[in-house]
Ligand binder design. Structure first.
Ligand SMILES: [Zn+2]
Length: 56
């Protein structure tokens, strides 16, 4: 299954056995948080770290 970065919309590689809350850095510079839902489906969302400048 192909996943796409929620920030830039391009394909993003995630670990084959992702853990909910895991963070992945994408080529576009965004940090993406992996959320594993019940049933094993995966949702990706932009991670906005506390105390970090983001999207400036
Ligand atoms: Zn991206």
């Amino acid at each position: 299954m192909e996943h796409r970065c929620p920030v830039c919309g391009r394909p993003i590689e995630i670990p084959s056995d992702p853990v909910s809350g895991e963070l992945v850095d994408h080529d576009c510079g965004a940090t993406i948080e992996i959320v594993v839902l019940d049933g094993g489906s995966i949702r990706l969302k932009p991670f906005q770290g506390v105390g970090e400048d983001w999207g400036e």
